[in-house]
Design a protein around this ligand. Sequence first.
Ligand code: AQP
Length: 330
Amino acid sequence: MARVFSGIQPTGQPHLGNLLGAIRHWVTDQDEHDCLYCIVDLHSLTVPYEVAELRDATLELATALLASGIDPDRAILFVQSQVREHSELAWILNCVATMGELGRMTQFKSKSSGRDSISVGLFDYPVLQAADVLLYQGERVPVGDDQRQHLELMRDLALRFNTRYGETFAVPEASIPKAGARIMDLQQTDAKMSKTGGTELGTIWLLDPPGRLKKKIMSAVTDSGSDVRAAPDKPGVTALLEIHSIVTATPLPVLEDRYAGAGYGTFKRDVLDALVAYLEPIQARYAELAADPAEVGRALGRGADRARSLAVPTMERVRDVIGLLPAPAA
Ligand code: AQP
């Protein structure tokens, strides 16, 4: 069994990209691997946010993950800031990472462009992310395509640390799905669907009711012509085909054959029905779980205890190899 680690920011309810690019794989991995799933609230402090909303957003995201099929008895589900070793290891890795390599991160460039004031935390985001995974000796990191570069940096930091101080960390590998690694915004088909950067009409939220889904799917940007096929010059249709293919577990060529000559209207109505059927059970489960937020909080508390029991031995080893005194017993 591989040790699997992945995280998601409490910057809003998950969208279809989070669900198809990451969370659905987290659910299947629970049966085969030793999994930790983390709500990375410290990462969401790197850009301006509403203080009054963060706690609720964290609990709502946990509820959404449970509703999507994460089982807190089979995987460790926890909140990053409740295990303080994440911040401690991030500082130590800051002293291993270089300004040059962080400056090359494309996500930093895109998230910082157009802002008057950029936090040091936004620049340092990939180092905290490396700490998240290395703390647990993570071996496999299921993520969407947008995280590829951060995963490379994480591997470099693990290898550099091990070379400098002796074998300490497992060197993690990214696990990027073949289908669904980059679900696109339905209105801006050259941009990925995003919690904070996308268009409202182009973003499918986990809790969107059927009426809203209808509006979004029927108004999704398509392309001139009427062929339903995946092609670089048809990014809108390709994005819808990919969603349809994943949520119905139907190979893309089968769908292309099915809709040959059918036109966009028929195709979009079927995408809508498939999406409603896919999200309906998740939304029903969400409503049940949301009725008892205290139970969600307790599940997170148990997750944090289990995560800490794995993080502490790594930090003891790290402190030892870099020459710090042992931490006093808690
Ligand atoms: N559009 C996407 N398609 C496929 N996978 C995606 N992921 C994000 N967007 C897509 C994957 O979802 C996981 C959790 O992402 P995150 O919340 O940590 O932050 P992010 O990657 O920055 O995603 P967002 O939704 O765009 O959030 P904001 O707007 O807050 O930055 C990751 O595995 C990610 O790859």
